[in-house]
Design a protein around this ligand. Sequence first.
Ligand SMILES: C[S@@+](CC[C@H](N)C(=O)[O-])C[C@H]1O[C@@H](n2cnc3c(N)ncnc32)[C@H](O)[C@@H]1O
Length: 338
Amino acid sequence: MKVSTNYYSPPPSLYSNTAFGMIHLSSSDDEMDKDDRHPLGDSTTLLFREPHIQTAVVKLLKKDKPTTIKVLGCSDGSEAWSYAILMSKAFQDKSLVKVEAVDKKESLIELAKTGYLLCSDVEKKHATDKKDIGLEGKNWGKYFKQTEEPSEFQTLVRRYPELADLSTGQNGEVSPGSGIEWYKINQERLPDVKFIAGDLRDHLESDAEQTVYVMANSVCYIGEYEGTDKIIGVFEKIQNENYNKKLPTYIALGPVEIWWIDNHEPCVWKYIERLGFEHIPQHELMQAGVKNNESMDEVKRKIFRLKPSAMPKKANFRCQPSLACPPYVVQALLKGEL
Ligand SMILES: C[S@@+](CC[C@H](N)C(=O)[O-])C[C@H]1O[C@@H](n2cnc3c(N)ncnc32)[C@H](O)[C@@H]1O
């Protein structure tokens, strides 16, 4: 979300001194394409927060198949709109596309449903500077119309007072950057975008011929830091939902998930592999049109697909705390706290 609520306050015992907003989510800075990094940081919801991942995901998809993009933990909707815009440009027939965005926070879902969003000038500049996104020049105006604060917002604030912080910036809760303005999304140009209030784990079913599960900076927060086990649970459910369909199934992770797993439980990568998820080889990414630039390593790390040969999950296989886990994580796992 644009706000930095408690989702960004890491539990002190697990995160020591790390400030979520500051973390670099790749093991080495060299792996990141600095141009692709959002100037407003990695961990908040923003329009086109990670365009290199988002455009790569869209490039991988067959453009003539019914397709669902599930944005899990969608916050105020910025990420869902970002995918909807990219999909509207990539798919000639937008009726083939559905974007389903889920968040447990009803207030944010109600706001997203209005089609209004707050956007700062830095955020807008980032979105319009990137040629790959295609919002430069007059194209921005085709999708976004600047407006006064909508009356719908005030109505929502009466029902959900926590939303007030979105526009006032009280308590440091608004995204950094100046010139924060209201915009209305032009939904006529977009495929069907549906916002759903609920637990993302209850919305993993898909009847599309190809499905993308976007779990960016969201599955780490399930249950307020219930931890890695919950990330695994979501992978398991997606695997269970899709392995016997043998249809293209992709997962895109966000920077926080990568950071959490790398730093707290790297054995999760092995478990995900055992479930039948794989990274997409570089030559396939390039064939799909993903540029072989500095972000390639990050694209390879964050996007997974379910192998057609994936088998049902073996009940007896669980992720074991690895020696690479810090001792307090191992202890917490053994005590059943995570
Ligand atoms: C940091 S925001 C990420 C937003 C967006 N995915 C992005 O990266 O731009 C995390 C969101 O996940 C949502 N969330 C956490 N656990 C959830 C759950 N179990 N079901 C649905 N949403 C959840 C929170 O309400 C919050 O809006």
